[in-house]
Design a binder for this molecule. Structure first.
Ligand code: FE
Length: 249
């Protein structure tokens, strides 16, 4: 557990070491304001009991008012039902995925607390503090959200900025870090057009930390800007397709 920012009654905490075995490393993020809490991309069934055990040192389970799911992948939403059962939280999900996430076993008793976020995003409040749910569609999911916390100036960027295989939690040397991001972004991000649209939006935000859902975080404007400049120029997804799919023999 790492405290990213703590100022007055506002706190941003990262759980980074709860994944195991073949499961891809995934970050779980918690935002606390006063005695109220918000949980981002809580993860799957193996992470669930561990996060449940550790999160109460940061915020009471009963005080988690909000969850946000950046998209529909299992490393984000598989344990949705458990979290909805033990909290009274509303879970904000991209509208595109509201009818699909219940297939992970969301009980009809709690499914009314799945809240659809429209494509254009929205502003919600944690303990009266605004939190921006930003459109980040096709990065990588066709319905995808990012969360911006104006108080701590953290952009929670979901799979964008993800890195796999590095041994550190904080990026220090951007050029050296590219090797851990490049393959993922080239294959999982479907189109450079979406990256350019995101970069234009991100440059309008005052970002001190960019915190992805996998791998290391970017602390400081210099590293955040290096990422924005890098990612908007990469060729990825369908941009790289050529030839035809071959039938295996
Ligand atoms: Fe994903």
């Amino acid at each position: 557990m790492i405290t990213l920012v703590e100022s007055g009654q506002h706190k941003n905490v990262l759980f980074h070491d709860l994944s195991e075995g073949l499961s891809v490393q995934a970050n779980q993020h918690v935002i606390v304001d006063g005695d109220r809490g918000m949980l981002l991309d809580p993860g799957g069934h193996k992470v669930y009991p561990k996060l449940l055990g550790e999160i109460s040192s940061v915020v009471a389970i009963s005080a988690i008012d909000i969850m946000v799911f950046s998209h529909q992948d299992p490393d984000i939403v598989a344990a949705t039902n458990g979290w909805l059962m033990i909290t009274e939280a509303k879970a904000y999900v991209p509208s595109l995925w509201t009818r699909f996430i219940p297939h992970f076993g969301v009980d009809t008793y709690v499914e009314k607390r799945l809240i659809s976020v429209p494509d254009e995003g929205m502003v919600i409040k944690l303990n009266e503090k605004p939190m921006l749910l930003l459109p980040a569609h096709f990065l990588h999911s066709s319905g995808n959200l990012h969360v911006y916390d104006p108080e701590s100036k953290i952009l929670y960027s979901g799979d964008l900025g993800a890195s796999l295989g590095q041994s550190y939690t904080h990026v220090t040397d951007f050029d050296q870090h590219i090797q851990y991001m490049e393959g993922f972004h080239r294959r999982y991000m479907p189109s450079n057009k979406a990256l350019k649209m995101w970069a234009a939006m991100a440059r309008k935000l005052d970002i001190e930390i960019m915190a992805p859902q996998h791998g290391a975080i970017f602390v400081g404007k210099e590293l955040v800007n290096r990422f924005i400049d890098w990612v908007e120029c990469i060729e990825c997804g369908v941009d790289q397709l050529g030839g035809e799919y071959k039938i295996p023999s």
